[in-house]
Design a protein around this ligand. Structure first.
Ligand SMILES: Cc1cc2nc3c(=O)[nH]c(=O)nc-3n(C[C@H](O)[C@H](O)[C@H](O)COP(=O)(O)OP(=O)(O)OC[C@H]3O[C@@H](n4cnc5c(N)ncnc54)[C@H](O)[C@@H]3O)c2cc1C
Length: 278
């Protein structure tokens, strides 16, 4: 950890104003370009350009909107190789105050369990009141990391969040979340992990000055396993319980669709199909 990192931590610790928001962003292969290796059946990530996971733009907007409402700071964090710094620069250009790269050879081959563990230690280390994540990634798409961070840290979690409503006087964050067939509004005590629903937030554009700063002067804080107090045996391939049994491609199935204009027509259509009895 550099001196700059220590300076950053002391200045963050000195500030009692507002909330410390940490937002997880991940670098993924561009899903329009990614293919499947016909020999191994695995994703061929090497030939696709690396980009910011699209749902993480929603997470960034949600995180920045919390700072807009209650003050404080937003720090973007990514766990990945040094090249993942590119997504941190995008996050800083969009308005994050700082960014941290969680990187170490010990993390290589980690599945969602050690990834969540390392990120849980990172958000705790950064003093997060709120850890915001995207709904899922476009490469592994498990959606397990945000609940994993909450579970490792014993924090509350709000998932499928469509809107956030910080309640600083109560030390709680309220949110509207998507539930099957409707919405619910719930509040959680801080610290809390929030996974935002994809497409529900309108990401703000990067400002020109922030963009120039991000691309020229900005250096992310680097956090290794040692910095986070993580034993190398608890992360990486050997600490990953997931076994990939295989992968096969299937042709898309044509779905029949019928457009109805009114609820009454919908009921008629469902009744005709025998889905409901009338
Ligand atoms: C057996 C196995 C081996 C693997 N080996 C490797 C490997 O060698 N190298 C490798 O790169 N990947 C590897 N992976 C993939 C790796 O486990 C996942 O990329 C990682 O756990 C995140 O899971 P996800 O993409 O499903 O995230 P999701 O749970 O779908 O992500 C939800 C949200 O969590 C946050 N998030 C997720 N990942 C990160 C991250 N890294 N940094 C910051 N925020 C994040 C983002 O906000 C994201 O929108 C492996 C997976 C398995 C199953």
């Amino acid at each position: 950890m550099s001196d700059t990192a220590t300076d950053r931590e002391s200045s963050a610790a000195e500030s009692d104003d507002g909330w410390t928001v940490v937002v997880g962003v991940k670098q993924v292969p561009d899903s329009d370009e990614v293919g499947i290796d016909p020999d191994t059946g695995r994703l061929d990530r090497a030939n696709a350009p690396a980009v910011l996971n699209a749902p993480d733009r929603d997470a960034l907007e949600a995180a920045l909107s919390i700072r807009d409402a209650v003050g404080g700071t937003v720090t973007a964090v990514t766990m990945g190789p040094p090249t993942a710094t590119d997504v941190l620069e995008e996050a800083v250009a969009m308005g994050c105050d700082d960014a941290a790269l969680v990187t170490d050879r010990a993390f290589a081959g980690s599945d969602t369990w050690p990834t969540s563990y390392a990120l849980a230690e990172a958000v705790d280390h950064l003093g997060a009141d709120v850890a915001v994540c995207g709904e899922e990634t476009t490469d592994s798409s498990t959606g397990q990391v945000p609940p994993g961070i909450a579970a490792h840290n014993g924090w509350a979690q709000l998932t499928y969040v469509e809107d956030v409503d910080p309640l600083p006087e109560e030390g709680r964050l309220a949110a509207r979340r998507d539930v099957e067939g409707g919405h619910e509004r719930i509040a959680a005590d801080l610290p809390v992990v929030v996974a935002v629903a994809y497409g529900e937030f309108e990401p703000r554009p990067a400002g020109l000055h922030r963009k120039l700063y991000a691309e020229t002067d900005f250096e992310p804080l680097e956090l290794t396993a040692d910095d986070l107090g993580i034993d190398a045996d608890d992360v990486g391939m050997d600490a990953s319980p997931t076994q990939v049994g295989g992968m096969e491609t299937v042709d898309p199935v044509d779905r029949e669709k019928e457009t109805v204009e009114t609820p009454a027509e919908l009921l008629d259509a469902l009744s005709d199909e025998g889905v409901i009895a009338r």
